[in-house]
Every structure is written in structure tokens, then in C-alpha cells.
Ligand binder design. Structure first.
Ligand code: SF4
Ligand code: SF4
Length: 476
């Protein structure tokens, strides 16, 4: 491997082909706006300048490595040019950080303090541009904040391949716009441009003005939207910044979802369905145990279910493909010998949803079918007419197709009409209330952590299954 020198220290270039990659890989930070490891190199922001001994200043993102190359990342000429570039980039920028959702995460803010720090040199009034351009139902574009790095344009051309975005005009009139007859609504990965944008030019409509980012913290999780199981971060209010005097649910809400980079599963991206997990997990919860629609204590419902499990002849279980690896194993260990078990799809593709593509989205809209089928097989559900008990775990079962005479024990998390139809309904926790793992369709195991409190009267399925296997009247 060629060896080069950065700030007089020898570094191995490894597999990298540019000075910027080698510098970042070896702990020498070089600022950059337009460069991104997953996108092509355009070299238009010009802040990644470094000095090459004997040849002057040039951009590191497009400077090839070579044996013996000597680079300075913080020399006087480098700092002067970086400062000049930041002055130029900020020439018409509104600096409206006080009302910008990107404040706290904005690279331009960080670089201004690190490499510029000076007031604007220009006395000319700033040029104005479009402030709230509706790029799609999900995204607003603020052209005044845009620094024309073209990351968003390259994303739609090179990653999502929707080719929706382009640049129009030239010079200080240059603007990001959808290309003719196209809309970003057609791109199921469009929200990735919000993360990619180094400034606050691309804004999520659902997150706009919801919270300052420094009041939030992320919890590592897994998107249950399809069998890919993308790793994500669920953002919610920090405990120490909880609001008092307002609706308490605001403190619990998932305010935004971003990708948690994972080369083995989703790389740096997620689809828009993953961004909407806040709405999925925010559906009205079931918190009341029921016997034929009659509210009872949880312990009473568990005991009634035990009696049915003990007393029934032929028993069938419809196993949830949203159950975690831990819950699936708990069911197998405690109850599998008493039931004929079939894995069911809790969710199917919704109306207008992209069913499958060759980037991330999978046709199976459940996160743990792989692990469930490894334990319980992949045979389609076949429920004989003389079945006396059906245990329905999770969503997606059509109760009208179950044998008429069969008793039903339903374990569910959401307020649904079927809850009151079941002979026994037991409310169970959801993914955001417990630890667990899912196994993707490729066999990759990913962990999720809790970020919400489990409501009163709700039990974890992993705890419940051994209780159901115990004799009636046992402690719960
Ligand atoms: S909107 Fe953001 S990502 Fe797109 S060109 Fe402008 S600054 Fe770059
Ligand atoms: S591709 Fe599947 S797992 Fe990944 S974010 Fe989209 S719905 Fe979720």
C-alpha cells in the first residue's frame, strides 16, 4: 500500500483513492459539504482544500493518493482559502438559524465557528430566493439556505434513481428544482435528502418546528416495516427536557426517525415508510384485558386463557411475524407442544405502497418472518373445522375465517374491534416498550431498545407465554 504524509505523519493509504478519504480514515478531519462517501465526487463546495507540498492548495475530495505525497490540512494558505469559501457561501445565506430546524446539526454553523468566525465583508443587501418551496407532500425547500452542494440531486440520480431533482439557472440565481413533470412524491426514499442536506434547506414537513434537536435523543431500533429490518434511530424528548403542564404524551412521542448506518443491512439509507414509524407506533393502544368484550383484570384474563389452553381439544396458534426472537423462543419453549402453529403475516402492503424494489424495500411487510418460520415452518395456515381453540398473536388475522365453534384467545397491542370479539383478549407491549431482536430476511440479527413506557395493564408476550402454560389458578 502506498504511504503518504499528512501533517508530516506517515499514513497508509489502504484501499482509499483520494486524499480526503485517507485523511478522514486516519483521524485528520477535513471539512466538506458536497462530498459524501456514497455519492459521486463533484468538488463544488471547495471547502475540503488541503495544501500539497510544492503544488499549492487543492480540493482533497478529488486529489488522488500517491506514494510519498505530502499534505498539510491546517496550513495558513488552507485556512485562508477555507475562510474565503465560507465568506462566499454565506454571502446570500439568510443566517436564520433561530428558526431553522437544522440548528444544532448544521455543518455550516459548525464550519463557520471553526474556520470563519468573521462578520460578512459584503455591504450589499442579500439576494432573496424562494423560502418555502413545496418540493413534495413531505419536504419543503428553502432556497435561501441552500448552498448548492448538489447532494440531494445526486441522491435522486445515483441512489434512489428517481431522477426527480435538478438545478436550474446559473450563478446566484441557481436553484434546486424538480425536473419537469416529475415530483419528489414519486420517490419512496425522498426523505434521505433531508439528512444529506448539510444545511437547513430541506425540511421535513412532519418535523418542522416540532422541537429543537438538542432537546431530543435517539434510541437505536429496527424498522418493522418490511423484512429488510433497517436499523434506525427513534428520536424523542430527553428525560431532563420533558415538558411540564402539557399533554404528557408529547414527552413520549417519537418525533422523527433517521437511519442508523449499518453496512450489513441498509447502508446509510431508509425508505419513507421507516420515517413514518412515529405514526405507526403512535396508534391508539389497547390497555384493557377483556373477556368477550367485558373489562377484567389482567390476571383474570390470563387465568381464563390458561383454562382454555388446558381444556381445549384441537388447538391452533397463529404466530406473529412481529414477535421478537426472544418472544418467539418463549412461545416455542412454553406452548408450542400444545398448539399446531402457523406463522401469519401481521401486515401486508398498503394501498399505493411500493411493494418491492432493488434498493431496500421488501415485499414481506413484517420484520421477523425469517426467525418465526425457522421455528414454526412456512406452511400456510390450515385450521380444521373441529379446532376448539385458536390463539391469535398480533395483527393481520381475519377472524371471520376462523372455525365458528372455536374459542379465541387474542394477544394484541392496538385498539381494534376484534379485541372485543375474542373470548379472551390480553394487551401486550410493542417494540418501543421493550428490548429485543429481529432477524432480517438475510439472517442478520438487529437489536432494538425501549424508548417508551409500557402502559399500565399491558404485559410483554415473552413474560406472558410461560404464564399461559402454567395451571389455572397459579400466580401471575
Ligand atoms: S438543498 Fe441542501 S442538499 Fe440540496 S443542493 Fe441545497 S444545500 Fe445541497
Ligand atoms: S426498507 Fe423496509 S425496513 Fe427499511 S425503512 Fe423501509 S420499510 Fe423499514
Amino acid at each position: 500500500m502506498p504511504v503518504m504524509f499528512i501533517n508530516d505523519q506517515p499514513v497508509d493509504t489502504g484501499e482509499h483513492r483520494t486524499v480526503l478519504q485517507v485523511a478522514l480514515a486516519n483521524g485528520f478531519y477535513v471539512p466538506h459539504f458536497c462530498w459524501h462517501p456514497e455519492l459521486s465526487i463533484v468538488g463544488n463546495c471547495r471547502v475540503c482544500v488541503v495544501e500539497q507540498e510544492g503544488r499549492g492548495v487543492g480540493i482533497a475530495c478529488n486529489m488522488p493518493v500517491a506514494e510519498g505525497l505530502r499534505i498539510q490540512t491546517e496550513s495558513e494558505p488552507v485556512r485562508a482559502q477555507r475562510k474565503a469559501m465560507l465568506q462566499f457561501i454565506l454571502l446570500n445565506h439568510p443566517v436564520d438559524c433561530g428558526i431553522c430546524d437544522k440548528a444544532g446539526e448544521c455543518t455550516l454553523q459548525d464550519y463557520h465557528y471553526a474556520y470563519n468566525g468573521a462578520p460578512a465583508l459584503s455591504h450589499e443587501p442579500k439576494l432573496h430566493s424562494t423560502k418555502f418551496f413545496p418540493l413534495s407532500e413531505r419536504i419543503i425547500l428553502d432556497n435561501e439556505r441552500c448552498i448548492l452542494c448538489s447532494r440531494c440531486v445526486r441522491f435522486t440520480r445515483e441512489i434512489s434513481k428517481s431522477n426527480v431533482l435538478g438545478m436550474e439557472q446559473r450563478g446566484d440565481g441557481m436553484r434546486v428544482r424538480p425536473v419537469e413533470d416529475r415530483t419528489l412524491d414519486d420517490d419512496p426514499y425522498s426523505d434521505n435528502v433531508i439528512d444529506l442536506c448539510p444545511v437547513g434547506a430541506l425540511l421535513s414537513r412532519s418535523f418542522q418546528y416540532q422541537a429543537r434537536v438538542w432537546y431530543l435523543e435517539p434510541t437505536a431500533s429496527v424498522c418493522p416495516g418490511c423484512a429488510r429490518g433497517c436499523t434506525v434511530q427513534l428520536w424523542h424528548r430527553r428525560h431532563e427536557w420533558r415538558l411540564k403542564g402539557l399533554d404528557g404524551s408529547h414527552n413520549e412521542r417519537i418525533l422523527r426517525v433517521t437511519p442508523l448506518e449499518n453496512p450489513r443491512v441498509n447502508g446509510a439509507w431508509i425508505c419513507n415508510k421507516g420515517r413514518d414509524l412515529g405514526a405507526l407506533f403512535g396508534r391508539p393502544r389497547a390497555g384493557q384485558a377483556l373477556l368477550k368484550g367485558r373489562p377484567v383484570l389482567l390476571a383474570e384474563a390470563i387465568d381464563a386463557a390458561r383454562r382454555l389452553v388446558r381444556g381445549a381439544g384441537r388447538r391452533v396458534a397463529l404466530v406473529s411475524s412481529w414477535g421478537s426472537n426472544e418472544e418467539l423462543r418463549a412461545f416455542r419453549n412454553a406452548l408450542a407442544d400444545r398448539f399446531t402453529s402457523f406463522v401469519k403475516a401481521d401486515h401486508r402492503p398498503g394501498e399505493g405502497e411500493v411493494v418491492e424494489d432493488d434498493l431496500l424495500i421488501r415485499a414481506d411487510k413484517n420484520p421477523n418472518t425469517h426467525a418465526a418460520q425457522a421455528l414454526f415452518g412456512n406452511a400456510p395456515a390450515d385450521i380444521p373445522d373441529d379446532t376448539e381453540l385458536v390463539l391469535v398473536w398480533g395483527e393481520g388475522a381475519d377472524f371471520s375465517t376462523l372455525p365458528r365453534g372455536a374459542k379465541i384467545v387474542h394477544l394484541g397491542a392496538w385498539l381494534q374491534p376484534e379485541n372485543g370479539y375474542a373470548d379472551v383478549f390480553i394487551p401486550i407491549s410493542i417494540q418501543t416498550e421493550r428490548h429485543g431482536h429481529y432477524t432480517s430476511f438475510e439472517g442478520v440479527v438487529s437489536a432494538f431498545e425501549p424508548c417508551q413506557r409500557r402502559p399500565e395493564g399491558v404485559i410483554d408476550a415473552e413474560t406472558l407465554f410461560p404464564l399461559l402454560a402454567a395451571p389455572p389458578g397459579s400466580d401471575t
